[in-house]
Design a protein around this ligand. Structure first.
Ligand code: DC
Length: 234
């Protein structure tokens, strides 16, 4: 009998700094392809919230590792058009984890090696048939090095701050553009300069600067590249 070769499900990774549009593009792509979606940043944000809730000291690496390993999280799909509802230790935190200060704390927690290794298996378990779109900082460089396509999506700090400002304003939040820009710079600095799994494009990444591109243009470029790679792999 002919033996069938085991092929892991294909993965498309979309890495880049905060606010570059990775989340939107990844979700559109996952929907278009019928693939699963991993928002790895949400895992670091959830851990940050949990650290805050339990009053854990950021220097207590052992406690951070234990929490990362055992964190009780559920991603509950609602309908096909809305992002999953996120539940942490029984509480719905879908909105709470998006706050600016949680992102900054997530970025600090994410620089701890025990945390990153504790979250590796959890992230890889999202890789299921028919495929996965994974959004983060090190999806193509560390977590899914054999990805079918690796995209690095970026945009200028000013443009990312402006986009975030418009989103928050539309949602009725009063924020200062200058403070947002400052927070984005601080997070970029932390994510890029950490010793472990720093934010950088994979050597074989398709680099897209979306500063002067609309969402649709970026999506079409990523979709085109994805379809080409998937057909080459068949
Ligand atoms: O993508 P995000 O803004 O939700 O991510 C929040 C923080 O989590 C980010 O500043 C750094 C960290 N992170 C990481 O270190 N590695 C990832 N793969 C995803 C996020």
């Amino acid at each position: 009998m002919e033996e069938k070769e085991f092929k892991p499900a294909p993965v498309i990774t979309i890495d880049g700094p905060g606010g570059a549009g990775k989340g939107t593009i990844s979700q559109l792509l996952a929907k278009e392809l019928g693939f699963h979606f991993l928002d790895s940043g949400a895992l670091y944000r959830l851990l940050a919230l949990s650290v805050d809730n339990h009053g854990i000291d950021l220097d207590d690496e052992k406690a951070l590792g234990v929490l990362a390993e055992h964190m009780d999280v559920q991603f509950k799909a609602t309908d096909a058009d809305s992002p999953a509802e996120i539940v942490l230790e029984g509480e719905v935190v879908t909105q709470a984890i998006r706050q600016e200060h949680v992102g900054l704390l997530a970025s600090r927690v994410a620089a701890t090696p025990v945390v990153r290794s504790a979250l590796l298996a959890r992230q890889r378990s999202f890789r299921e048939s028919p495929g996965l779109v994974a959004d983060g900082r090190d999806m193509g460089t560390v977590v899914f090095v054999d990805a079918t396509l690796k995209v690095f999506l970026t945009a200028s700090v000013e443009e990312r701050a402006q986009r975030r400002f418009s989103q928050l304003k539309e949602a009725g939040n009063n924020v200062s553009l200058a403070r947002l820009e400052e927070a984005i710079r601080a997070r970029d600095e932390q994510d890029t300069n950490r010793a472990i799994a720093p934010l950088k494009p994979a050597e074989d990444a398709l680099i897209l600067d979306s500063t002067n591109m609309g969402i649709n243009e970026v999506f079409q470029r990523v979709l085109g590249a994805t379809k080409q790679r998937l057909s080459e792999q068949r």
